[in-house]
Structures are given as structure tokens and as C-alpha cells.
Design a binder for this molecule. Sequence first.
Ligand code: AMP
Ligand code: MG
Length: 406
Amino acid sequence: MLSVNDALELILSSVHTRDQSEKTDIFNCPGRILFHDIISEFNIPPKNNSAMDGYAVKTEDITSASINNPVSLNIIDEVQAGNEFTGEQLQRGHAIRIMTGAPIPEGADTVVPFEETEESGNIVKIFKNTIKHENIRFAGEDIKTGNIVLRKGTRIDSAESGLLASMNLRDIEVYKKPDVAIISTGNELAEPGETYTGKIINSNAYALYSEVKKYGGNPFYAGLVKDEYEDVKARFLQLADKDIIISSGGVSMGRYDFIPDVLKEIGIHIKVRTIAMKPGKPVVFGTLGNSLFFGLPGNPVSIMVAFMEFVRPALLKMAGSNRISKPVLKAQLTESLSKKKGRRHFVRGIFTIKNGQFFVSTTGPQGSGILTSMSDSNCLIILPETIEFIKCGEYVDIQLTGHNEI
Ligand code: AMP
Ligand code: MG
């Protein structure tokens, strides 16, 4: 039996990042992974421009300005965002009304916001001595020409979409998504939506489908397979061209748990058979060429935890992501927990923040068939292999799940 760390290391060392790319338009790029570094071909912002609505003036004209002793300047023009002042250099004693985003006229070196002024006719009274360069956004202060703005392997999120657009890009080169096939095994299973007959309804395929999609894979549901050796073998053979194949069920010690033998027979090099963790001890991992095979246990919580700890990082690495490991936080336990020594436990937890302190409690019963423990949780509490008991109030490691995890 391998430790969680050794198993993860072994799995990741077997993963080859895909080297194929495709173009995607800017609307469809969120969630995709950049195939190249993105270098800006121009400064952003392109010109020095005003950060406020106000008056562009010369600092030297307004050094003495105050509430009680305003300075009066002649308004000679106005410049709106989208226009540019085309006159001569701004002279002493003059001011130009300017809107946010408009280029700073030649000769002006500060902007006094409207709130600090009073206008009447062609004259503006300035009540405040803004300092040199105040309220001016300088050309290239966000991005300079030639800068690497986004690195290869970056997952495109909202800010990255905005940045790509601001660099004038519409078609983005991203890694092709790995093709991931999902199989559910078990004679006891029925598909959701059919007439209910009391059979166990296949939930694993749908939870896995969702996870694969979420972490940048292209999921393909290959259907239910009976616990018959030849059926299981035939289904795996049909899917051998996929990048990753994930099965659920059939990896334990039962008489009809055929997955490991089938994988061996079709030539898959099995590298992991069991992992010292709970839930999810029987996890089979093997490779054939660049394809990865994960035989996960059947219990609904086990597959989700095993997916999170092993399939997720493997999928992210294959998909080209440069952020594979999940951050670990420390939170204070609000209850005492006990376990047997030897395995790492992943306990479904509820993480809260009170007065700036992180706390975590369990979701209650932790059976590996209790899928509501996953949906009730927002984190996994990680209890190390070596411990048997942790007291209420002690700190434990947690990994956030759900939407706030990466
Ligand atoms: P197994 O690992 O095949 O022995 O499965 C363990 C248990 O997990 C089974 O008894 C089922 O109750 C449950 N199970 C297996 N496959 C699924 C599935 N696809 N969806 C929901 N529950 C499942
Ligand atoms: Mg089974």
C-alpha cells in the first residue's frame, strides 16, 4: 500500500502534458489554459491620461491654492475621453477641462478634480494644490510593450479574459482539452430518469462528469457496464484512444471486482493498487502509452475524494496547467476527532471564519456512501497518517472544495 504522497508523486510522474493546441474565441476562453506566453505589443494605457474629471493645469500655477486663497485660471478648452487636445503647449495661467480617460494635454502635469474647483464663465477657481503627476495615469503603467503579461499554463479566468482583450486579442491559442472517458461498473446500478425499481442509481458517472468538466477535461460518458469480465474488458478496449479513462467500482476484493485483472490483461502497466487513505483505499492507476487509467472505488464519496486528490492533479498537468497543487490552510477544530493510525483521512468539513479566525467542523457521519456529506461540506479536513486523536481547539490542515478552492 502506497502513502498518499508517494502515490501522487508516482501518478504525476507518469503524466505527459499534451502538446496540442487549438484556437478559441475570447467568449469561450474562460477555463481554458494558455498554450503560449502572452506578450503585449503596446503600452496599456497607451497614453498619459486623466484619472479624474477635473482640470488639467500646471502644478507651478497652483502651489499656493487653498480653500481660503484660491487660484484663478482661464479655461481655454475641454477634452473628452476619446478626443485629444490638439492646441499648443498649455501656457501658465491656463486650464483645460478634462474628463476621465482623456489624454493629458502637452504642458499640463496635474489634474485638479472638479470637487476642488468652482467654475464661472471662462474662469475656474482652484481650491487645492494637487501635486505634480497627481490624478494622472501614465502610459504603460499597467502593461509595458514587450512585457510577458500572462504565462503559458495560466488558466484563463475573468481578469485574464479582460487582459487578453485589452491586448487586442480575440482568438486565443489554448491547450486542447484531454479526452476523458467515464465508465460505471456494477450489476446493482440503474441510470437516473428511468422507472424507479429500487436499484442503486448511478450517481458516480455524473459527479465524475462534472469534476472532469470543471478541471478542464472533455468528458465522455461511456455508460454502465455489468460486472462481467468480458464486458468490462470490451468497454476498456473501446476507449483505449482516450487520454484518461476513469472507472468506478469493481476494484475491491469482491469476487466480481474485475478491473485490476482486466487492466493487466489488456496491457496496462499498473503502478498503484491501494493507497493508505480513507475514504478511497482501493485506487488502481495504470498507463498505456500516454493514456492514464484510474480505477476508482464505487462508493460515491470515495470516488470524489480519490478524484480530487489524484485524478484532478493528473488532469490539470495533462491539460497544461501550471497550478496543480491544491492550497492547504490551517483551521481550528471545533470538535475532537479520533481515527486509526496508518491511513490519511479526508473528512468532509465545514469551514467558517469568525472574528478573523478560521474554524472547521465536520459535516457529521462520514460513511463513504454518504454523498450528502460532500454537498454539505466546503472543505476536506486532512488528518495525518500518524495520529489517532485530535482535540477540539487544535489546528488541522484543510483543503477548500467547491467554488472557492483555486
Ligand atoms: P464497489 O466498489 O463496486 O464494490 O462498489 C461499492 C458500493 O458503491 C456499491 O455497493 C454501491 O452501493 C456503490 N456504487 C458503486 N457504483 C456506484 C455508482 N456508479 N453510483 C452510485 N453508487 C455506486
Ligand atoms: Mg461493484
